[in-house]
Design a protein around this ligand. Structure first.
Ligand code: FES
Length: 81
């Protein structure tokens, strides 16, 4: 059982095209800079079924909508640091 915090980014076509492509890179850089790469279970997921409110990510099952490459920093900081 993986007890690490789980960060899942929606890589469905809507979220990906509307910002998660850039957000993905920001998350990877954040994990790298904070030496969290091995401490966080970060992976992509298929469409969350919530495209209209996207781009979406989820952290430990909690859904974040309207994510962009800027507000993701605050979200990751409050959830992971
Ligand atoms: S593509 Fe992300 S919720 Fe549908």
């Amino acid at each position: 059982m993986d007890r690490r915090p789980e960060v899942m980014i929606c890589l469905g076509s809507s979220c990906f095209a509307r910002g998660n492509k850039a957000t993905l890179k920001v998350i990877m850089r954040f994990l790298d800079e904070h030496k969290l790469k091995d401490k966080v279970n970060f992976h992509g997921g298929h469409c969350f079924g919530n495209c209209a409110e996207g781009p979406n990510i989820s952290i430990n099952g909690k859904l974040y909508t309207g994510v962009d490459e800027y507000n993701i920093i605050d979200i990751l900081t409050s959830e992971l640091l």
